[in-house]
Structure formats: C-alpha cells, structure tokens
Design a protein around this ligand. Structure first.
Ligand SMILES: [Zn+2]
Length: 209
C-alpha cells in the first residue's frame, strides 16, 4: 500500500520490535502468510480461515505452525523476499527466546511497580501475547462475525464493527478483501479507519509515499 525510505523503514522496524516486544511478529514472514490468506481466502489453502478451522484451538495452532515454518525458512535463508522489510540482525535479536523472556520480565516489573490491585495481573498474559492476540482477533472475527458491504465476495470476510475502535480499522475485512490495495478500509459513511487516519498523517509528513 505504501513505501518509505530505508531510514524510516528501519525506524518503524525498530519501534515494532520495541512495542511488540515479547510477541514480536517477523514482518516478512507475516507478509507472506497474509498474501497467502488473500490469494486463498476461506478456501482449504487459507492459512487461517474460521470457515475451515472451526474451533479456536485448531485455528490458532494452524496459524502458529504456518507462521513458525515461514519464520524458520527466512531465518535459515531458505526463503527470500524483495518487497518486505528485512533487518537480519534485529530479526535474530527479536526472534531469540532470551529477548522474549527479557521483555516478559520487564512487563512483570512494570506490574510490580505500578499495579494498584492484584486483579490487574490478569492482564499480564494478554500483555505478553499482544501481537498474536491482535492477529487472532482480526483473522477469526474478521472472517466470522459482522456485516458485509460486498456480498458478491466469494470469501467469508466480514466487517465486524461498524466503528472499529478496537483494531484501528483492521476489522473491516470485507472492505479490505474487496479492495486489498486501498489504504482506507472504511467505505460507508459511518465507518472510520483509524489506521488510515494515521497513515494520512504520515503521508502528509512525507514519511510514507
Ligand atoms: Zn482477511
């Protein structure tokens, strides 16, 4: 959808590493999985379709297996891709188990210092798995629950929320599958794509083009 200069690409790659932390997702591996999803949406070849993987456990297991296989291929150099961001050194650091453990420890310290009540520790597992949790919510609910603007689409993509305040526009899957290269996922008057607003600002600042 957009490109950025090598400097900005590295900057955003680094920020992704910092903010995803323990649940860092390898950008190139995720992009291959995402393209596969678009090419085969809700067919048996789709890496994550709630139409074919009907329970949450098998759905997540299949996604993780497919994703980990791609990451390993990239890390071993068996798979290369030219149009997705790569940063070999940082990928090795971010994918390391020790790095993930270090982030989890930092999160834990944050809770120790800032939690005001014990129940808040219930959020700790969500905190650790934030990146993959986001993927799960979009991939599961976005192809299972909601309304459709484009009923002619052969897949099961849905717009889960009329105003997607939760996933910043990613839950307009039906709109997104109809126009995968469109930056703005919102099409109806009441729909609002917060991700698009963010990219509009970045475009205006000439960070992306
Ligand atoms: Zn989708």
């Amino acid at each position: 959808m957009f490109k950025m200069s090598p400097f900005w690409e590295k900057t955003f790659f680094f920020l992704t590493f910092i903010f995803q932390g323990s649940s860092f997702l390898h950008p190139a591996a995720y992009s291959v999985m995402h393209r596969r999803h678009h090419s085969h949406a809700d067919t048996p070849k789709d890496p994550h379709s709630p139409v074919h993987l009907k329970n949450i456990i098998s759905f997540n297991l299949a996604t993780v297996v497919e994703y980990r296989k791609l990451v390993n291929e990239f890390m071993k150099g068996e798979r290369t891709i030219t149009d997705a961001p790569r940063w070999h050194r940082l990928e090795s650091i971010a994918e390391s188990l020790w790095t993930r453990v270090a982030f989890i420890f930092l999160y834990f310290l944050f809770y120790v210092f800032f939690a005001t009540s014990t129940w808040q520790y219930l959020l700790f597992p969500l905190h650790i798995t934030m990146g993959s949790m986001h993927g799960f919510i979009v991939n599961w609910f976005g192809h299972k629950t909601g309304y459709r603007n484009y009923d002619s689409m052969p897949d099961n993509s849905k717009n889960t929320l009329p105003v997607d305040f939760l996933m910043m526009g990613e839950l307009y899957q039906n709109n997104h599958h109809r126009k995968p290269k469109e930056l703005n996922f919102a099409v109806r008057w009441f729909e609002l794509d917060f991700g698009y607003l963010a990219t509009s600002v970045l475009k205006r600042l000439k960070i992306i083009y």
